[in-house]
Ligand binder design. Structure first.
Ligand SMILES: C[S@@+](CC[C@H](N)C(=O)[O-])C[C@H]1O[C@@H](n2cnc3c(N)ncnc32)[C@H](O)[C@@H]1O
Length: 192
């Protein structure tokens, strides 16, 4: 969900052999279809262009929902997961989500602490406890876990190593803002 240009989708298809429905809003189905064909993955990667808030998949269609660095754009409302994501996952299966966030101890202070770095997007940086509350409870949810991920420095270093202009800008804020206040939040939900 929110696959962008589909690099994670490619990784999942290659590592697991699964057929991946690669859904994104900002990148068109056509653009991703061409890219997946260039990778010779047209049989394994199916491009979809839908808004996560209004999906049209069949109910209980997926063995897993994977979302990297996109869930915070559309899911920060109570009831979102239960209404918009849970119905599409098969019984007993899981959602695995990773997003950037703020450390638990700075809960509620994202705008004050992060605006200098990310401007208006600061309010999307929420803590692991917040995301646990947002997922909430439901008779069809077996387990919800949210946590601060340990792979922080390496992930950032690999981003800086790309020398992308955005990476060079982020690097300016790493010691003063990114490292002290932010984290990557992992979210795991298992359906009953
Ligand atoms: C920072 S990019 C991450 C892309 C990719 N997952 C990655 O890790 O490279 C965020 C993605 O979230 C997607 N997105 C934002 N709002 C969305 C929505 N309402 N429904 C589906 N995707 C959405 C955008 O299209 C964008 O590609």
């Amino acid at each position: 969900m929110g696959c962008g240009s589909g690099v994670t989708s490619l990784f999942i298809a290659n590592e697991t052999g699964a057929t991946v429905y690669a859904n994104d809003l900002w990148i068109s189905e056509e653009e991703n279809r061409k890219r997946f064909a260039n990778w010779n993955m047209q049989d394994k990667l199916i491009p979809v262009h839908e808004d996560a808030t209004n999906l049209h998949f069949n109910k209980e269609m997926f063995d897993a929902l994977i979302s990297i660095d996109s869930y915070h754009y559309f899911a920060g409302k109570e009831g979102f997961f239960v209404n918009n994501i849970l119905p599409y996952i098969k019984e007993g299966e899981i959602a695995l989500i990773v997003i950037p966030g703020i450390k638990n101890e700075y809960d509620g202070r994202s705008e004050e602490l992060l605006t200098t770095w990310v401007g208006d997007e600061a309010n999307m940086f929420q803590c692991a406890e917040f995301w646990k509350r947002m997922i909430g409870t439901h008779e069809n949810i077996e387990e919800v876990r949210t946590w601060e991920m340990s792979l922080f420095d390496l992930a950032w270093q690999e981003w800086f190593d790309t020398k992308h202009e955005y990476a060079l800008n982020d690097k300016k804020y790493f010691d003063s803002i990114i490292k002290p206040f932010t984290t990557f939040v992992g979210i795991m939900v298992r359906k009953k």
